[in-house]
Design a protein around this ligand. Structure first.
Ligand code: ADP
Ligand code: ASP
Ligand code: MG
Length: 416
């Protein structure tokens, strides 16, 4: 056993994603796993996502009624998906002769702020879970949901069940949090696209944050932030076997002597749009006004490029998430007059590719290698952003898979 998980306090938190509870057969497999851990004398908490594509299906239903539904009502709707899977899992465990209870976020005491659809966890109650442990129950908590101080149901953003699990592990003092999913861990690139991608054994919080924020949806970004802030070790592993997966943790203590990989992996994000705003006056304070309006509308701006100005006018291009486009257009329309914007262009055919690696900090030449690799293959780079451990490029959406495969090869990340 790895030393960092020894002397565990007997509480295990396991999270199973949508594919892992996608059918009754799979729910029964999760029930078996929970019962085995319980028989080993552990207090087991399981958090589950909605079955298969349930969340997407529910969003589809709402779209038949409104193209701009109330965010509060959306959370009421989407939270039901996790209630279905958690109650079915409890039934499966009971059916197999063990004891279980399912709880909603509200019943558990997962208190959030009131940012519907992207709520932030403020507190996690422990009382109810410990009470259920004392009755011998395996506790199943519906993932992805919480409740405001006004008792309104909230959700934590797409993929948010990971965050529920990490928050539970932190509150309960579990030594680590197990995220069971449909791949064997975090790979050097999406294993569903890069067939020779290699599983990474240990990854630092910072690298995982960059992976998650640049599109590798294997872990919810908020979950990694929460884990880093509360020092929760995450084990990402397959729900279909017992193999060891990827440990996401503070790596300084583990491998001070090991040299950090220059590039740990590649990622991509096709859920982005580029907005270009032309003809804005090139005077101090304009960018501040534009971006503070975006911030007030809760729009996260990712990449930003300001072009060389001509005749006192500047052009700014920025990228945002697809789902924020509607609100972003409203913000820009409002500002057209006050900021004297001449024209706006929206480009939905873009994607972002990134390379991530803690070792980049001390190795010059990584960016030029990335740009050469794309350039030699005739892939045009439209925007670039860099930080010490990630380099990202925006390019045409239809070249994205080819680009990440090329970069994966170029940095020799394949299986040994
Ligand atoms: P779950 O439903 O279990 O939460 P997700 O679909 O959210 O699972 O995340 C798992 C998926 O993440 C994988 O099927 C894989 O396609 C994708 N993925 C993207 N990048 C990576 C990566 N670097 N390593 C592993 N999986 C990745
Ligand atoms: N069911 C939610 C979603 O599909 C939350 C999750 O799966 O973590 O985004
Ligand atoms: Mg997920």
């Amino acid at each position: 056993m790895n030393w960092w998980i020894m002397d565990d306090n007997n509480i295990v938190v396991m999270k199973f994603g949508g594919t892992s509870v996608g059918t009754i057969e799979k729910i029964n497999k999760v029930a078996d796993r929970a019962i085995i851990a319980n028989k080993e004398g552990k207090n087991v908490v399981i958090t589950v996502s909605a079955m298969g594509d349930t969340t997407d299906d529910l969003i589809g239903l709402s779209a038949k009624i409104s193209n701009n539904p109330s965010r509060r009502e959306m959370d009421m709707l989407l939270s039901t998906g996790e209630q279905v899977s958690s109650s079915l899992l409890a039934m499966a465990i009971i059916e197999k002769g063990a004891k279980a209870v399912s709880l909603t976020g509200y019943q558990t005491g997962i208190l959030t702020d009131d940012t519907f659809s992207e709520a932030k966890i403020l507190d996690v109650g422990k009382k109810r879970i410990f009470k259920e442990f004392s009755k011998g129950n395996i506790v199943i908590v519906a993932g992805f949901q919480g409740v405001t101080s006004e008792c309104d149901i909230t959700t934590l953003g797409r993929g948010g069940s990971d965050t529920t699990a990490v928050a539970l592990a932190s509150a309960l003092g579990a030594k680590y949090c197990e995220i069971f999913t449909d791949v064997e861990g975090v790979f050097t690139g999406d294993p569903n696209i890069i067939t020779n991608a290699r599983k990474i054994n240990i990854l630092s919080y910072d690298e995982m944050l960059e992976f998650a924020s640049s599109g590798a949806k294997v872990l919810h970004l908020r979950a990694v932030e929460y884990a880093k802030n509360h020092e929760v070790i995450i084990h990402v592993r397959s729900s279909f076997n017992n193999n060891e997966g990827t440990w996401v943790m503070n790596t300084e203590s583990v491998n001070d002597k090991m040299e950090q990989a220059v590039v740990s992996g590649v990622s991509y994000d096709t859920n982005q749009v580029k907005i270009s705003v032309f003809g804005i006056p090139d005077v101090p304070g304009v960018a501040a006004r534009l971006f503070s309006e975006f911030a007030e509308a809760h729009i996260n701006v990712d990449m930003i490029v300001q072009n060389v100005s001509e005749k006192g006018k500047a052009a700014i291009s920025l990228t945002i998430k697809n789902e924020d486009l509607k609100i972003a257009k409203e913000v820009i329309d409002r500002m057209k007059i006050t900021l004297h914007i001449e024209s706006v262009e929206v480009d939905t055919d873009i994607a972002k590719v990134s390379i991530v690696g803690a070792g980049m900090k001390s190795h010059p030449g990584v960016a030029s290698k990335m740009f050469s690799c794309l350039g030699e293959n005739n892939i045009n780079i439209e925007m670039i952003s860099t930080s010490p451990i990630i380099i990202s490029c925006v390019l045409r959406k239809d070249r994205v898979k080819e680009a990440i495969r090329l970069l994966h090869d170029c940095f020799s990340l394949e299986k040994e």
